[in-house]
Design a protein around this ligand. Structure first.
Ligand SMILES: *[C@@H]1O[C@H](CO)[C@@H](O)[C@H](O)[C@H]1NC(C)=O
Ligand SMILES: *[C@@H]1O[C@H](CO)[C@@H](O)[C@H](O)[C@H]1NC(C)=O
Ligand SMILES: *[C@@H]1O[C@H](CO)[C@@H](O)[C@H](O)[C@H]1NC(C)=O
Ligand SMILES: *[C@@H]1O[C@H](CO)[C@@H](O)[C@H](O)[C@H]1NC(C)=O
Ligand SMILES: *[C@@H]1O[C@H](CO)[C@@H](O)[C@H](O)[C@H]1NC(C)=O
Length: 954
């Protein structure tokens, strides 16, 4: 290969991979020329900063000899000058991958210093014009070093008091302050509040408490345990002058330490807060989202901006939601750090440090001491709210489509019919904005006059329906939702009281102020009226960052966060609501921008609860914030039909598990762009294991339904047969997630935190601890290499042993095969799959008992009506040891109709099948045991799951 990383060539608006161009031999000069953006071609940047002068050097990788390299640079804070040169270099065919070109730079830095330094590289064909599109950027974060922070000398503790276990510190500004971006706040109060033995909150706020702080009814804050905490898993210590603090484990291991050599101890200005902590070198950090990035965040080059933005899956950019929480895995122990703050922020990970740069609010930190991965997530969700328990039908396959043939009832019905005729699985039929009249919420277009009758037939087949609803309300005269909203005065306004207008699908729109006390009633009312013309079963709330097609004027703070990866170019008002808007409570949009979708989800959840009291809700939201999982579910927005986005969906789904949103998925086969048969194949195989499993495709594209290709149909049938077979297992995981917060779609380290090999793996995952999935993520592959952690792993298909010791294994992966393995030691509850979740739940159960190396395994089963918020339920445990399977009913409130028909024992190490099966000590007539390749199949059981039973074989 000529390039290790694929460069991207842009010609006008179309993006074509360079390799393709090379094959086409197309380096011919064109009038406007070819150019390439390649930040990854810049390597080994070094720099020093002294007396307001930055100097350094960097190396370039090689590139074709008919291309000139243009390097230019920009700093975050503007006002400074560098000297550099434009260089021309030569392609070395035989050494394509060697470092090429050494480029040095130096220049004066403004007295305000810089916080980020960007270098752009573009390769431009000889004779062609360089085009400034900012796409070739490579940045490094100086993390404050080159900026003059001489006068940022922090705060001193002037008074200390302890009451009810809470330590309060009064701080005053040390010296005159540094006013880097706005005036310093002079008086601060720090409260250190132990919540439980594993959770401690450290909040730094202005003493007057006049700054924006999150209301607990919008973002939960938890309550400290009323019981005396006997043995804490943490120690908190602080220094007085300047004030810094440390959170450590009792062992002395320091987890968070704000005294970072060379960095300000604390900056607390009106519109700029900065605090840093020491991290280990090469730290294992996960979380900080929404984002599309590797699951383990690059510890030296991560700049995560949190500012909700209608933005697809551009790597490293801020995206639809904000989750200012990270988890660190250190020596097998996990802890979490949550900054409860809704303002825009940049969070930087650079060599051994994390720095928060926040443009408002207060510094309200929670520390979760773990120390297992599950414990850390459980502790975080105990503060922000446990994930909502989803209705069981939502675990089935979802079909959606924007545009195409989905612009009429008949068009949608045709797809549903084809899916069913192809024998494919299906539970839920979605409707994108095409169902509306003129894209107005809560209306049906003329092609959908028979829609509700069709929804009724779907319901008869035990299928479900979820339509989209956008937050932008058209300002059409006589349009009910608009008129009602005006009467209730619920729309967002400028400070002078006039309505704020923007533009989305229906044209000019207004948006609800979710903080308005009437907003909930208005929204519920519109949803209830809509339900009379469209009997939906859940709602899909899109465009809620909030997305606006136009950029309104609005306040931009002096410290510009890296919105859309283009600081200084893309201000925080870009394609959203003006930061100047004032909410009912008086708070400005500047402070609560990141809460729009979250608060809309709360109101939508409340509306659906009012519509169906006692039933669980399903609210699929694009934008989320810390705690959204308590009321809503999520998909990863507008991804693209690319192999990279196929891969990125794994870290995205995994990260959301850490954010308390276990019910999440990405659009299968890709939303934007044309998919291919092969990509759609692999995506069906991966997507069948997303907790939320939906196929969706954008308008203007060819159809990409599974049934359009024979091979994709086969792949989807294979993969979804596994999903529907494991429905009782998956449902049990979702139930557990809702009661504890425990992750469903897990990174390999989740159940193997001491195995350092797993720390960087994000191309495989497990469902619960029992199922390992190793999907193919590359084009043209016929095999896939995956890591098998400690323990015995069995192949799903052959039920034979795949691995007995940790290590990488290469597995066959022909086009229609997805590799799935079962963990020894786990008993998976399963049902014979039918094409809907409803009919699957009517079928008999069977157990897959995979033995560990000691010949043991255990598991459980949770069953209820699938929809109630507080259901009567039955819970069972299974334990297999030797030749005895013990079935215990621990809770028994829901009658389980289907019987347990068979038990498969994997890894059954015996020369012959047992001759007799006993139930509770008596031979069981009709039961039969067969043995093949160490798989014992016990069939003909018909055991009720409503009472205790002991099954034995001899
Ligand atoms: C970058 O620098 C490191 C350390 O000096 C060196 O080992 C590495 O080979 C360099 N990489 C490139 C691509 O030049
Ligand atoms: C940078 O250069 C411009 C014009 O060349 C000059 O006006 C400006 O003062 C310089 N800024 C600094 C910080 O040196
Ligand atoms: C730092 O403080 C000193 C003394 O108050 C002042 O003279 C100087 O201008 C300040 N420097 C900056 C960069 O604010
Ligand atoms: C410390 O701060 C609290 C507010 O958090 C205030 O009530 C108290 O008066 C302050 N005490 C001193 C000595 O400044
Ligand atoms: C937004 O508010 C700022 C001050 O906070 C003001 O300077 C600016 O004019 C306002 N913009 C608009 C469009 O109202």
């Amino acid at each position: 290969m000529w390039f290790t990383r694929q460069l991207t060539v842009r010609t006008g608006r179309t993006t074509i991979p360079l390799l393709m161009l090379l094959f086409l031999g197309c380096f011919c000069t064109q009038s406007h020329g070819q150019y390439v953006d390649d930040p990854s071609a810049i390597v080994n940047v070094t720099y020093t900063y002294e007396n307001y002068v930055l100097s350094g050097s960097m190396m370039l990788k090689s590139f074709p000899d008919n291309m000139n390299a243009y390097i230019y640079y920009q700093t975050y804070d503007g006002v400074w000058n560098l000297t550099g040169t434009t260089i021309t270099a030569h392609w070395q065919w035989e050494n394509a991958d060697v470092t090429y070109g050494n480029w040095s730079f130096s220049g004066a830095v403004s007295p305000y210093g810089i916080s980020k330094f960007y270098v752009y590289l573009q390769l431009v064909e000889s004779g062609a014009t360089y085009i400034d599109d900012n796409n070739g950027q490579y940045y490094f974060v100086n993390n404050g070093a080159p900026r003059s922070t001489k006068n940022c000398t922090g705060y001193n503790v002037v008074h200390t008091s302890v009451a009810n276990g809470v330590t309060n510190l009064n701080l005053t500004l040390n010296g005159n302050g540094c006013a880097l971006y706005s005036p310093d706040v002079k008086y601060l109060t720090v409260s250190i509040t132990p919540y439980t033995a594993e959770v401690v909150r450290i909040k730094i706020a202005d003493t007057g408490n006049t700054r924006w702080q999150l209301p607990a009814d919008v973002v939960a804050e938890g309550t400290p345990s009323s019981e005396t905490i006997k043995t804490k898993s943490y120690t908190v210590s602080y220094t007085n002058s300047p004030f810094t603090f440390k959170v450590a484990r009792p062992s002395g291991e320091v987890l968070f330490d704000t005294s970072v050599s060379g960095l300000p101890s604390l900056i607390f200005e009106e519109e700029y807060l900065e605090i840093s902590s020491v991290l280990p070198d090469n730290a294992n950090i996960y979380g900080l989202g929404d984002m599309a990035d590797s699951f383990r965040r690059p510890p030296d080059t991560t700049l995560q901006t949190l500012w909700n933005l209608d933005q697809g899956t551009t790597r490293k950019n801020n995206a639809y939601g904000s989750h200012p929480v990270y988890y660190e895995l250190r020596d097998g122990l996990v802890h979490g750090v949550f900054l409860r703050n809704s303002n825009g922020m940049d969070i930087a990970l650079v060599a051994g440090q994390i720095t928060y740069r926040v443009i408002g609010g207060v510094l309200d930190f929670y520390f979760f001491l773990g120390s297992t991965p599950a414990a850390a997530v459980e502790q975080y969700t105990s503060i922000i709210g446990k994930p909502a328990f989803v209705p069981r039908w939502t675990l089935g396959f979802h079909q959606c489509r924007y545009g195409g043939t989905w612009v009429s009832t008949q068009g949608i019905k045709a797809t549903v019919d084809s899916l069913q005729q192809a024998g494919l699985y299906l539970d839920t039929v979605w409707a994108d904005i095409n169902y509306m009249n003129a894209y107005e919420d809560f209306t049906l277009g003329s092609n959908f006059s028979d829609w509700n009758a069709y929804v009724a037939t779907l319901h008869q087949e035990h299928l479900y329906h979820v339509p989209i609803v956008d937050p932008g309300i058209a300002i059409t005269n006589g349009y009910g939702p608009y008129q009602d909203g005006l009467s209730s005065d619920v729309f967002l306004k400028w400070p002078n009281g006039s309505l704020f207008f923007g533009q989305v699908w229906p044209g000019v729109t207004v948006w609800a102020d979710w903080f308005h006390p009437q907003a909930g009633n208005w929204w519920t009312n519109e949803i209830e009226k809509f339900h009379q013309i469209d009997s939906f079963d859940g709602l899909w709330i899109d465009m809620n960052e909030a997305s606006n097609f136009v950029t309104p004027p609005g306040y931009e703070p002096a410290y510009q966060i890296n919105n859309d990866g283009a600081w200084g170019v893309t201000g925080i008002n870009t394609r959203t609501l003006s930061t100047n808007l004032t909410h009912y409570s008086g708070v400005t949009e500047y402070n609560v921008h990141n809460l729009f979708g979250h608060y809309e989800a709360i109101h939508t959840h409340n509306a659906l609860s009012a519509l169906n009291p006692g039933n669980r809700t399903f609210v699929l939201s694009r934008s989320t914030f810390a705690g959204s999982g308590h009321v809503a579910q999520k998909w990863n927005g507008d991804n693209a039909a690319t192999w990279d986005d196929l891969y990125l969906s794994i870290p995205q789904v995994m990260s959301n598990q850490l954010f308390g949103i276990p019910m999440v998925g990405s659009d299968i086969c890709g939303f934007n762009g044309e998919t291919t048969e092969e990509l759609c194949n692999r995506w069906a195989q991966l997507g069948a294991f997303y907790p939320f499993s939906r196929h969706h495709h954008s308008t203007g594209m060819n159809d990409s339904f599974f049934f359009l290709w024979e091979s994709v149909t086969e792949s989807a049938l294979n993969a979804y047969t596994i999903r529907y077979t494991l429905l009782p297992y998956l449902y049990g995981l979702m139930q557990q997630a809702s009661s504890t917060g425990n992750a469903v779609f897990r990174p390999l380290w989740y159940d193997n935190p001491s195995d350092t090999t797993t720390y960087g793996i994000d191309t495989q995952f497990t469902l619960g601890n029992g199922i390992l999935v190793t999907p193919v993520l590359t084009e043209g592959a016929t095999s896939v290499t995956g890591y098998f952690p400690d323990g015995v792993w069995y192949d799903w298909y052959t039920r034979g042993v795949e691995s007995t010791s940790p290590g990488y294994r290469t597995l066959d992966a022909n086009l229609t095969h997805v590799n799935v393995h079962i963990k020894g030691g786990v008993i998976l509850p399963a049902q014979y799959p039918a094409k809907t979740t409803y009919s699957t739940t009517q079928n008999p159960y069977f157990l897959i008992a995979a033995l560990d190396s000691n010949g043991m395994s255990s598991g459980g089963l949770y069953v209820d009506d699938g929809v109630s918020v507080n259901p009567a339920y039955t819970q069972l445990t299974f334990a297999l040891s030797g030749s005895t399977l013990t079935i215990r009913v621990s809770q028994n409130f829901f009658y389980i109709g289907p019987k347990l028909n068979s038990v498969q024992v994997l890894g059954f190490n015996s020369p012959s099948a047992p001759s007799t099966i006993y139930l509770n000590g008596r031979p069981l007539k009709g039961a039969k045991a067969t043995l093949s390749q160490q798989v014992l199949n016990i069939t003909g059981l018909s055991i009720s799951l409503n009472s205790n039973n002991v099954l034995q074989w001899k």
